[in-house]
Write a new protein. Structure first.
Length: 334
C-alpha cells in the first residue's frame, strides 16, 4: 500500500503544480493517472502546441511546460502510479481515504485532490456521413507533431483556442496551404489569437472561411478534398488533411460514482478552498465547476495553491499555518 499526505488524481499541469505548492508546506504527494506519462493532455495530445497565457512565458510549447513543472516538483519527490485509472474510493474509520486503481494498486491518504482535467475524453466528431472512412487517412482530431503537416495542404475546422492556435502555427511557414473553416463570424478563443488569424488572412497566408461548414469528404482511399457549405452554396477545397478541432467530450468515468456533487460532467466545489461535498476531497482544474469558472491552466494553478492551504489544516489541525514567501525562504525539498 502506498501511503502519502495527498493523493492527486491526474498528473496534468495542475496536478504537477500541486506537488510544488504542497511541498512548500512539507506535504508529500502521490499522483495517479491513466495515461502512461505525466503531463496529461499537454504531454499526450498537444506536446507541440504553443501556449500563450502562462505568466513570464510569452509563448511556451505544452510539452516544455510539462518538463518545467516536473523539474519544479522534483525537489519534493512525488510518487507516480501511471497507466492506471483511479477506480474506487473508500473511507476508513480513522478518516483516511483508500484509492484503488483498475490494476489493484492501493493508495492511502487523508486528502484527495482530483485534478483529472476533463476526466476521460474523446474528440467531438462532426456529423459527416463518411467521416470514419478517412480517419487516419487524412482526417485527424488532434495535432501531435506539427512537422507531420510540413508542406501539406490543411483544412482546420473550429472556432476555439485550439483551432485558432494551430491555424496560426501551421500558417506561419509550416503547411503549404491552410484553410480555416468556422460556422460563425465570431470566435470563442482569445481576442489576440482571433486578430492574428485575421491578420494572416489579410496577408494572404491563410484562407479564412466563416459562416461555413465542412459537410463532406472526397478522395480515393485518402483525403483529397472536402466539401464546404457556405452562404453562396457548396465549394470544393482541395486538401491533404482535414483537422476538425471541436474540442473533447468529457466523460467522468468512475469519478462520477464517488458520491460527489456533479453538474454537467464537472465536480461542484466551494471556491473558498475548492473542496467538494465530501470532506477531504478537493477538485481543481478543468474537472471542477463553480460560478465564473474559466477552464485555463492559470486558474488551475490558483485553485491548487488555495487547496493545499486547506489540506494542510485538515492534515495538521493543531498546527498554525503561516504563509512564508519563497523569495525569503527559498525552496527546500525533502
Amino acid at each position: 500500500m502506498i501511503q502519502t499526505d495527498i493523493i492527486i488524481i491526474g498528473a496534468g499541469p495542475v496536478g504537477l503544480f500541486t506537488v510544488f505548492e504542497a511541498g512548500l508546506l512539507k506535504l508529500r504527494c502521490h499522483l495517479i493517472d491513466a495515461l502512461p506519462q505525466a503531463g496529461g493532455q499537454c504531454a499526450e495530445i498537444y506536446p507541440k502546441k504553443p501556449i500563450y497565457d502562462i505568466p513570464a512565458y510569452p509563448e511556451i510549447l505544452a510539452g516544455d511546460l510539462v518538463t518545467n513543472l516536473l523539474k519544479q516538483a522534483e525537489p519534493f519527490k512525488p510518487g507516480f502510479t501511471l497507466g492506471e485509472r483511479a477506480e474506487s474510493i473508500e473511507k476508513t474509520e480513522d478518516d483516511q481515504f483508500i484509492v484503488t486503481t483498475n490494476r489493484g494498486t492501493v493508495h492511502r491518504a487523508p486528502v484527495i485532490a482530483i485534478a483529472g482535467g476533463l476526466g476521460c475524453f474523446e474528440p467531438r466528431k462532426p456529423p459527416v456521413s463518411n467521416l470514419s472512412d478517412y480517419e487516419d487517412k487524412g482526417v485527424e482530431y488532434i495535432i501531435k507533431e506539427p512537422d507531420f503537416y510540413k508542406d501539406k495542404r490543411v483544412v482546420i475546422s473550429g472556432g476555439g483556442d485550439s483551432a485558432l492556435d494551430w491555424t496560426i502555427f501551421l500558417a506561419d511557414g509550416v503547411a503549404k496551404e491552410v484553410t480555416m473553416v468556422h460556422r460563425r463570424n465570431s470566435f470563442r478563443g482569445h481576442l489576440d489569437s482571433v486578430q492574428k488569424v485575421q491578420d494572416l488572412a489579410a496577408q494572404g497566408k491563410l484562407n479564412l472561411m466563416t459562416e461555413s461548414e465542412v459537410v463532406g469528404i472526397e478522395g480515393d482511399g485518402i483525403v483529397e478534398s472536402v466539401i464546404v457549405k457556405t452562404k453562396e452554396g457548396e465549394q470544393k477545397v482541395a486538401t491533404d488533411h482535414w483537422v476538425p478541432l471541436f474540442g473533447l467530450s468529457p466523460k467522468l468515468g468512475p469519478i462520477g460514482e464517488w458520491g460527489l456533487n456533479i453538474s454537467k460532467n464537472a465536480i461542484e466545489v466551494d471556491t473558498f478552498d475548492y473542496s467538494t461535498n465530501v470532506p477531504g476531497i478537493y477538485a481543481i482544474g478543468d474537472i471542477n465547476t463553480y460560478e465564473g469558472k474559466l477552464k485555463l491552466i492559470l486558474c488551475g494553478f490558483h485553485e491548487a495553491t488555495l487547496m493545499v492551504q486547506s489540506a494542510y489544516k485538515r492534515i495538521h489541525p493543531d498546527k498554525n499555518l503561516v504563509l512564508k514567501y519563497t523569495t525569503v525562504n527559498g525552496v527546500q525539498g525533502f
